[in-house]
Structures are given as C-alpha cells and as structure tokens.
Design a protein around this ligand. Structure first.
Ligand SMILES: Nc1nc2c(ncn2[C@@H]2O[C@H](COP(=O)(O)OP(=O)(O)OP(=O)(O)O)[C@@H](O)[C@H]2O)c(=O)[nH]1
Ligand SMILES: [Mg+2]
Ligand SMILES: [Zn+2]
Length: 350
C-alpha cells in the first residue's frame, strides 16, 4: 500500500524543514495510543515509538509530544523497529488548557487548515459552547468555521444558521446532514487535496458521522447517545486523522465536554470581533467596558445592538483568560527563580 503524502499536505516547505535529518523519512501521525504512533508514510501506515530526542523534548514541554495531524520524521532501525525522530514545526495547533498543573496545555490536533466547530441543531445549539470553541479555533491559526449537524431534524436549519452567524462574525456557518448527505459540498472544499479539516465539538454532535459521510465509507464508528448513565458516552475515544479518497484529510476528535482556554487573547478577540470593533469607540483606551463613562460597548448593550447574553459570555471568557494568564505568569516567574517545586517540569532540570 502506498500513500500519496502530497495529498495529505506534504509540500516543499515541510521538505525543507526536514532536510537536516539523513536516513529519516516523513510521515503524518494518524493516531497516538499510549506513546505509540500510527504514522502514514509513503509506503503505508507504520507503528512507531518515540525516539530519544522526542522524549527529551516532551519532558520539557508536553506539547512537544506528537499528536494526530503532526508531520514527523521516522527512522527504521536495522532490526526492524521504527521510531519518531522529530516532530516537524506545526503550522497550526488546537490547544486547550489542561485541568492539571501543567501550564503548556494539551494539543488536540495539529496542522489543520480549517477547524470546524461542530454543533448539533437538535435538540438546540448551545451558543455559549460555540463561542468558546470558536475562540479556540481562531487561536489555532486554522481557518475557523461552524458546522451545524443533524439539519434533517430541524424545521428550518437555514434560520438556525443565520442566528448562529450572529455569534460567529466573519466565520462561515454551514448546516449539514450526514444522514441525508445534504450540505456537504462546501465542507468538501476544506478536504481538498493537501488540506486538512479538523472537527471539534461535544460528544454525540455527529462528528464521526460527518467523517464517514466525507470519506464515503464507515471509517469511524458512531453511536446514538446514551443518556442513562452519563458514563462511557464517548464513542470516539482517540483522535484520528482520516485520509479522504481523492485527497485531503479529516481529523476526528473525541467529544469535548469543557475546554479551557489557554492564554492568548487573539483567538477570543477574533471570536468576538463585533465587540472588539465596538470597543474601538470607547472613550478610554483601557476601558474595561464595565462602568466607565463613554463606553461604546455598554452603549451598544443599552441600545439593544449587542445582546446581554453575548456580552456576558464575552466577559466570562475574558475573565477566564485573564485568570489563566496570571496563573501562567506566576508559574513562569517561579520557575525562573528556581523555586518551583511541583509539576512534571522539575524532572527535566539537570
Ligand atoms: N438525524 C441525524 N442524526 C445524526 C446525524 N449525524 C449523526 N447523527 C446521529 O447522532 C449520533 C451521534 O453521532 P456520532 O457521529 O457518533 O457523534 P460524535 O460527535 O462522533 O460523538 P463522540 O464520538 O462521542 O464525540 C448517532 O446516533 C448518529 O446516527 C444527522 O445528520 N442526522
Ligand atoms: Mg465520534
Ligand atoms: Zn468600553
């Protein structure tokens, strides 16, 4: 079995990035299981363990571990085993805050060209969740979009799409039905040869169903949501890069319950570009849009041009981000002083 790496996004720039390593060949990580990667190489998929250099980099920074979507360099050793020798620089990365002490976050998907926030229209889209995931998608560097799934279950999916467009300034909102195969055309553009579309959304949203519809085959198992136990509801339990016939790839992810934002306000700013545009008109440059005089954001709120729901949602995410930024700064300062005693990073110190 041979795989056309160009169809998966291999190009001259990536080749230039990897030229330094003799005896290595490139591949793209399809999935990772307990440190063992399934890598799509030109000769087909191979299983590869992590090489010493990758392990050393990961000891300093967990985001350096290979993730689905990463381009890597592989080495085959004389007696057969294959190792990942290097993770090539990521062009984009979906990164969420981790629950634990680690400040570097968790990479959900690497090298996406487009990042779709997947939200079901039925029973009802969760607007706040879309706003949060869109911030993350914007921050990733990939082109964000919103995909409303299960359009067949809504009386007027186009109306819901228009409504959602109001909380996704500058972002395409598509309504699709994997069940009926409708609305998939515009989505296919994002899985053209060389391009990768990533899917991010809650469990049961229909991400894997969408992957199967795009791939034209059942490559990912899907399952009706079991509401009884609340446990084991996730059908997809690992991230998977799925090549699509004719070129391009889709990256499926397990449902996310809550994703924390990492610091980096630009994604949030772009997700709330409407409010950012209003804020330009505030009297004070450092306006907190709280109780300051001459606040254009509060004015828009009072005039009904901005909904209280969206304003509150924005404030909540901003506070969360500010908190996270302080947490990271404190941590970095403590590490610089050498006084940090917790966490995994200490082990990496000589
Ligand atoms: N009516 C309808 N049902 C759909 C559609 N797409 C998916 N479903 C159903 O929704 C349920 C969940 O779909 P999945 O594709 O497994 O959802 P998922 O987002 O991959 O979920 P996790 O893997 O748990 O994150 C399944 O029962 C699907 O049959 C659709 O377009 N229309
Ligand atoms: Mg799934
Ligand atoms: Zn203001």
């Amino acid at each position: 079995m041979t795989i056309d790496l160009t169809a998966l996004g291999w190009d001259a720039e990536r080749a230039a990035d990897s030229r330094a390593r003799a005896g290595c060949r490139p591949g793209r990580v399809a999935r990772v299981d307990r440190g063992v990667c399934t890598v799509l190489g030109a000769d087909g998929p191979v299983r590869a363990t992590l090489g010493a250099a990758v392990l050393a980099a990961a000891a300093r920074d967990l985001t350096r571990l290979p993730c689905a979507g990463d381009w890597v360099l592989l080495r085959t050793w004389p007696d057969g085993p294959v190792t990942v020798e290097r993770v090539l620089p990521r062009r984009t990365a979906l990164v969420r805050r981790t629950a634990g002490k680690d400040a570097s976050g968790q990479v959900l998907a690497a090298n996406l060209d487009a990042a779709a926030v997947v939200e079901p229209v039925h029973p009802e889209p969760d607007v706040a969740r879309v706003e949060r995931l869109l911030s993350l998608a914007h921050e990733s560097g990939a082109a964000p979009l919103v995909v409303l799934t299960k359009a067949d279950l809504a009386a007027d999916p186009a109306a819901i799409a228009r409504q959602l467009a109001g909380v996704a300034p500058g972002v395409p909102v598509l309504a699709v039905s994997a069940e009926r195969g409708t609305g998939l055309g515009p989505l296919r553009e994002h899985v053209a040869p060389g391009r990768t579309l990533g899917l991010l959304g809650p469990s049961g949203a229909g991400k894997s169903s969408l992957v199967n519809a795009l791939a034209g085959a059942v490559v990912m198992p899907t399952q009706a949501i079991r509401r009884v136990d609340g446990k084991g509801r996730h059908t997809t339990t690992w991230r998977a890069l799925v090549p699509v016939p004719g070129g391009g790839a889709v990256l499926d992810t397990p449902g996310v319950r809550a994703v924390g934002l990492l610091d980096g306000a630009s994604g949030l700013g772009r997700a709330f570009a409407d409010i950012a545009a209003l804020a330009v008109g505030c009297r004070y440059g450092d306006c907190a849009h709280d109780a300051e005089p001459g606040c254009a954001v509060r004015d828009a709120l009072a005039a009904g041009e901005l909904t209280a729901r969206r304003y509150d949602s924005w404030r909540r995410l901003q506070r969360e981000l500010a908190h996270e930024t302080r947490r990271r700064e404190t941590r970095v300062a403590a590490e610089r002083r050498g006084g940090w005693r917790g966490g995994r990073r200490r082990a990496a110190r000589p």
